[in-house]
Design a protein around this ligand. Structure first.
Ligand code: ADP
Ligand code: MG
Length: 261
């Protein structure tokens, strides 16, 4: 590429090319393509077992894909260029690459023995080697953004599920990632706590964060996402705007899914 083309072209924040993953005999991802432009919010919808979680886990290399490539902001995850060849990155370099993509899980995964503030600070300190005194004001700022500054010294067990999930979002933000992946972030919550988490995610989308959200909240998908991917059986079977995929699906499997929800 010459300088002119690189200046004009948008480099996708996330670019997934023909991703494949099997567990033993079970082929879970059968060649998935996906791209997310900077600032875009994508939702992934689809039935249970269709490979949505596996896709997110492969995007940030919690799982190593069996085939295909993942690029984050133009950089291929898991490999470095050596001349004209690709080499596996070192574990330390892979950790740095993975830190570019935050992840929020259904089950929060906060450290129970650490305060809320320590949960938010641990990543930048341990993974990025930042100094505690530099990280602290940032961490407090992210807690403020999710509305939990006053809970900095509390322990996770003292918080509601919705509050714990908001801490998990602050923790992801503290790594200053280029994108955040959400895997059914509200599925473990009591119904009355879903709204506060979706509100924080909507605010985050408004600030321009690049987001990939696996969710069953069709209303959220319709209102907040720029584009929707519908997965079934380890493949993307339909993609487009929410108006296209949710309200006027073309694929029979997509039609059936939205009829029954
Ligand atoms: P979804 O998130 O869409 O419900 P998953 O990605 O969790 O789907 O799972 C897709 C398929 O892969 C399922 O059949 C599931 O049982 C299987 N699977 C997921 N993770 C593993 C694993 N670690 N080992 C074996 N099978 C797995
Ligand atoms: Mg899942």
């Amino acid at each position: 590429m010459n300088a002119e083309t690189t200046q004009d072209a948008i480099v996708p924040m996330i670019y997934v090319d023909q991703l494949r993953k099997s567990y033993g005999q079970l082929e879970v991802l059968k060649g998935v393509d996906l791209h997310v432009d900077p600032g875009e919010v994508i939702t992934i919808l689809g039935p249970s077992g269709s490979g949505k979680s596996t896709l997110l886990r492969c995007i940030n290399y919690l799982e190593k894909p069996d085939g295909g490539d993942v690029y984050v902001d133009g950089e291929m995850i898991g490999y470095v260029k050596k001349g004209h060849h690709l080499q596996d990155v070192s574990p330390a370099a892979l950790a740095k690459q993975r830190a570019n993509v935050g992840m929020v899980f259904q089950s929060f995964n906060l450290f129970p023995h650490m305060t809320v503030l320590d949960n938010v600070m641990i990543g930048p300190i341990e993974t990025l080697g930042r100094k505690k005194r530099d990280v602290r004001p940032l961490a407090l700022d992210y807690l403020r953004r999710v509305g939990l500054a006053e809970k900095a010294d509390a322990y996770p067990r003292q918080l509601s599920g919705g509050q714990q999930q908001r801490v998990a979002i602050a923790r992801a933000l503290a790594m200053q990632p280029k994108a955040i992946l959400f895997d059914e972030p509200t599925s473990a919550l009591d119904p009355e706590l879903v709204g506060e988490v979706l509100r924080v995610m909507r605010d985050l989308a408004d600030t321009g964060m690049t987001m990939v959200v696996v969710t069953h909240e069709v209303g959220f998908a319709r209102e907040v996402s720029d584009r929707v991917y519908f997965m079934d059986g380890g493949r993307v079977v339909e993609t487009g705007t929410p108006a296209q995929v949710i309200d006027n699906p073309q694929n029979p499997r997509t039609q059936q899914f939205f009829q029954s929800t």
